[in-house]
Design a protein around this ligand. Sequence first.
Ligand code: F6P
Length: 327
Amino acid sequence: MKKEIKSVAVLCSGGDSPGMNCAIRSVVRTAIGAGLDVYGIQRGFQGLLEGNIRPMDASSVGNILQHGGTILQTSRCPEFLSADIRKEAAHILARKKVDSLIVIGGNGSFNGAWALHKEHGIPVVGIPGTIDNDISGTDYSIGFETAVQTAVDAVDKIRDTAHSHDRTFIVEVMGRKSPAIALNVGLCTGAENIILPTQNEEINYDQIVQDIKRGLKRGKLSSIIIVAEGEEPGLSYRVQENLSKYDIDARVCILGHIQRGGNPSVRDRLIASKMGYIAVKELMKNGTSFVTGYRNGKVTAVNFEECLDKNDNVPDEYLDIAKSLSI
Ligand code: F6P
């Protein structure tokens, strides 16, 4: 149902990602330009429930686009899974005279936002923002490229020392159940092996060891195994233990949250700025809910329900290419 939009609030939800600040800046300045009252909600849905909502003007978002993190901060808010809690949130928004909401986050956050729309008729816009790049309905989410670049830079450095010492390194990257970071990092660093979340239960150690030995035989001085963290960090230590049974003395490096910080890349700044702009323009035009998806190289309004699931967003051939090139 179309609603006339007079005010909008923006929040970040879930894990932060580089480029969120660009999206916030773009939302705030586009909305001000269009004559809307604009609010920032601090610390995601948790902050919304606490009434942590403040008016924003053009200078509240000055000098932020180049910085990682989010000036609005973020949170994970499992309470938002409850319909009663969402009702409370809808009352708070009404009391503060906020008639629409923009949520920058991943598919978990989108599910909460969509439920708020369905139950209370509030127009909500989702802006994809997660380093995991695993939201259905969009080819890209803000922060992914920067995170991959951070991990690639780290692995390049690890390769230097691995080479000097004739060593095998196991480098664990983020991404939970998503293979996107691991595959992109593996391909871009010439990793000898990439272990994906889908393979965690059935890692083929014979094959990994065979690959390492083949490399050694043809004069390779180092081997890198990229491990996707899976449900929780630490899988690398299991891989290390299993390799030791084959007399391979591998070192472990878990990159962790370093991948979530840092100045956003050009691509992340561009896409975040476009998404923020389109979020406000389309919201005013249509007065209803949607996600600013990235499809075929363009930011476009996508049906919200298409963006509630997880998606791998990785070309099928990446693993094969990585394997073929790292012999
Ligand atoms: O935001 C996505 C993500 O960075 C995943 O890649 C990672 O598994 C998870 O968040 C870590 O979450 P937290 O910061 O809550 O430990």
